[in-house]
Design a protein around this ligand. Sequence first.
Ligand code: NAG
Ligand code: NAG
Length: 577
Amino acid sequence: MMVCVAVELGICFQTALCYSISPSMLCRYTTYCFNLKPACLSCSVFSMADKNSTLKCTFSAPGHSTTLLQGLASLRAQAQLLDVILTINNEVFQVHKVVLAACSDYFRAMFTGGMREASQDVIELKGVSAKGLKHIIDFAYSAEVTLDLDCIQDVLGAAVFLQMVPVVELCEEFLKSAMSVETCLNIGQMATTFSLASLKESVDAFTFRHFLQISEEEDFLHLPLERLVFFLQSNKLQSCSEIDLFRAAVRWLQYDPTRRASASQVLCHIRFPLMKSSELVDNVQTFDIMVEDVLCRQYLLEAFNYQILPFRQHEMQSPRTTIRSDVLSLITFGGTPYTDNDRTVSCKVFCLPDAGGRQFKELTEMEVGSSHSCVAVLDNFVYIVGGQHLQYRSGEGAVDICYRYDPHLNQWLRIQAMQESRIQFQLNVLHGMVYATGGRNRSGSLASVEKYCPKDNEWTYVCSLKRRTWGHAGATVGDKLYISGGYGISVEDKKALHCYDPAVDQWEFKTPMNEPRVLHAMVSANNRIYALGGRMDHVDRCFDVLAVEYYVPETDQWTTVSPMRAAKKKTKTCIPH
Ligand SMILES: *[C@@H]1O[C@H](CO)[C@@H](O)[C@H](O)[C@H]1NC(C)=O
Ligand SMILES: *[C@@H]1O[C@H](CO)[C@@H](O)[C@H](O)[C@H]1NC(C)=O
């Protein structure tokens, strides 16, 4: 018995000739690779014993489609069997109906769909240019199209109109590769005209990356208002300073005097409050439009007010005060080396630019180094509060000093100090206020709670915790503040959950955690609060707490979930833009 098997291996086929020598089978394998020679694609099973059966094999000549196309092209070249004449204006194209109908849905419908044109010998085409049609016909007979920036608009127009999808795709490829500072706005125009979504995406991404260079080009001055606004309002213009964007917008406005009426529509997307004061004075208010146009004058005033009154910046937040960025960064402030005899603390601020990054880079420095400070983020401003400026083992070095870091202008502002010095306390944001709870100072642990009002730049006492505590954790959910665990007097204190309701200025105890925890972390997500990590001191030993549990305020219940693999001590990080 012999068997012929064909197995596809990429472009190679393997055949096996097998002899059945009972009880086993012996096979000889041969591999055939495709070149342009015909090759056996499939073989039917046959038997030498049965002489009446015949070997049946399908062969394929891969060059045939090329031969066919070349044959059609040569028929066209020698004007043989041509059966229709297409005219555009005064230009005439003689073609074979069957060729065009086979590759264009438009011509197929025209020649086979029972339209009047089906029986005409001469058809006048409208809606495409002669130059475009010439390229389309050449493509139909050759599978090739030669494109350049002069003809692309005509060819693309014809390909879209005549529904020649492969030509449309080749045009898109060409335009993507032709993208440059000089061409991209024009290409964007074509992408819009012919509804080419993927091309438009490439144009937009390119424009965001090179916006300022592009704005120097002649094409930029002809950009439609909506497109200019589309770019100016985007957070993706990340590498541009506001003053440069302002200059680009002014250049566009000044090109055509009638655009003056739309000045505020354009300039409302420039983030004036984020410019340097000197830029506002020297380079912005010197433009008459900024003073004469009522709305533009308001943007300028808004910027000045914003910069004069730093403590009121929270209530002045607007789309113009938002950083042009859509990435979250992880930032660390200060800290302390893990050596016993080194009491210095760091003043470095490091930043992990995006979630996927692995390398922290230095962002800036604090005025004074600190460690164990508490950090909170409000309206994308970072509050760095309390802690210590020299390393101590207890609460001895606690300070009341507070700073606010503004990532918009990369500026530090020293704000009012807390009423009390604190270290190992909690800092949380609730309803636009910053709350500092508990912690410890030189004399011992604290139960006092104070809240910071950014507008008044003032810390005021609110209702104290029911117990003194330090090394606790805190989080907000809904409109309440929750504080859990920390060092108290008993083990029960390390499980306690305090809840603060600002509406009535009162603390109450809620269901305690399952695990006693100190120096742990709490985070809120999806209306739950998770308690993670921390440690548990027991007589003269301490253990890492691996169990994770979450609290649901509505049901006042803790639920334990799967534990962490490795112990995590408390970390001091925050996430501004
Ligand atoms: C082969 O074909 C001949 C003539 O058609 C027939 O007489 C004969 O029986 C066939 N043999 C077998 C093994 O099928
Ligand atoms: C520590 O805090 C307590 C309670 O507020 C206060 O009475 C005491 O003076 C503070 N000690 C120091 C050294 O600041």
